[in-house]
Design a protein around this ligand. Structure first.
Ligand SMILES: [Mn+2]
Length: 328
């Protein structure tokens, strides 16, 4: 029943992509591989079909994804929208990003919002919502839309789709990895994707000073008495001094998450306004999205995040420790 419903929505989305002419695409701030892969696959398709398509963009391009088709052309862009424009939101659990670009959005400014996502707490803010929490990545949902509606996946789209799948499934190691994810990967490889090339550009393309950054983050790593909470932090000055982009700090959390008996790994990342973005990870038993939601954030059971609106790192750490201790 549910699947049939998904198929109907998927068909409707495919019809809109084919029949409409003007689109603006949105992904979340500090984009990950799934957001970038979803964005570039839909962008490539719509461009190929000769549509007017723009990307709402005001962010740094993570170096890990700069080699994806079109991505290095991304520039700061607040696209003009009108009553013919279809807004497509990819990998966003809320409409925050649309509101950020268009704070005064009303029904006359746009034609429709299509919301494609896999966060189970998605607020269903679209006129059409395709939310599949079981999907390993949003690119897996897009792949299904393309397959179910006979939309040809070319090599450029395949690279984008594969990138989202590899990153959001933790290189096919997280719980969300299914036989369907592997079948999708198999088909994308048969279209021409080189897994090793994509792997290298995402995971083995680090600036050398990443090692210095990791050194710093290791010395700052603290573990709770019980050994179940582990955390570290990164400051704006670290990135400045080492001449590194923000995206260079992203992977460290996987290093601390991998320590035995850890239930919750946290990384406090200082923002340009000196408040902290907090990434949470678990290896499966702790639902970190519940903690993130309590602080106004969101995410998945094993990967989530929120914003600590204080410039005092100790305050942010204490706040998380207290919440974690009352829950464990
Ligand atoms: Mn995702």
């Amino acid at each position: 029943m549910k699947i049939t419903n998904h198929k109907n929505i998927s068909k409707k989305i495919a019809q809109i992509l084919k029949n409409e002419d003007k689109f603006v695409l949105f992904i979340h701030k500090i984009p990950d591989g799934d957001a970038m892969g979803s964005l570039c696959s839909v962008f490539c398709l719509l461009k190929k079909w000769g549509k007017i398509v723009e990307i709402a963009w005001d962010d740094e391009i993570p170096y890990q994804y700069a080699r994806l088709p079109y991505v290095n052309n991304l520039r700061k862009n607040y696209p003009q929208i009108d009553s013919e424009t279809i807004l497509i939101s990819l990998d966003n659990s809320t409409n925050n990003i649309i509101n950020k670009f268009y704070p005064n959005l009303n029904r006359d400014n746009y034609k429709m919002i299509i919301n494609i996502d896999h966060h189970y707490k998605n607020t269903k803010f679209g006129d059409i919502n395709l939310i599949i929490p079981e999907a390993a990545s949003v690119t897996q949902i897009l792949y299904d839309i393309f397959k179910e509606n006979n939309i040809k996946i070319d090599i450029e789209m395949a690279k984008c789709l594969y990138t989202g799948l590899v990153t959001d499934s933790g290189r096919f190691q997280y719980k969300n990895t299914t036989s369907h994810s592997h079948l999708m990967a198999a088909e994308l490889i048969s279209i021409g994707v080189n897994p090793d090339k994509i792997f290298k550009s995402i995971y083995e393309n680090k600036p050398i000073s990443t090692l210095d950054l990791h050194k710093l983050m290791i010395t700052r790593t603290e573990i709770s008495k019980s050994g179940s909470l582990i955390y570290s932090y990164v400051l704006q000055d670290d990135l400045k001094e080492l001449n590194l982009p923000y995206s260079a700090s992203m992977e460290f959390i996987n290093v601390i998450r991998a320590i035995e008996n850890v239930k919750l790994a946290a990384l406090f990342k200082q923002q340009k306004d000196y408040t902290y973005r907090v990434s949470l990870r678990s290896s499966g038993d702790t639902d970190v999205s519940k903690i993130a939601i309590k602080f106004g954030g969101g995410g998945h059971p094993t990967a989530a995040g929120y914003h600590c609106n204080s410039k005092d790192i100790n305050h942010c750490i204490k706040q998380l420790e207290n919440k974690f201790n009352t829950n464990n």
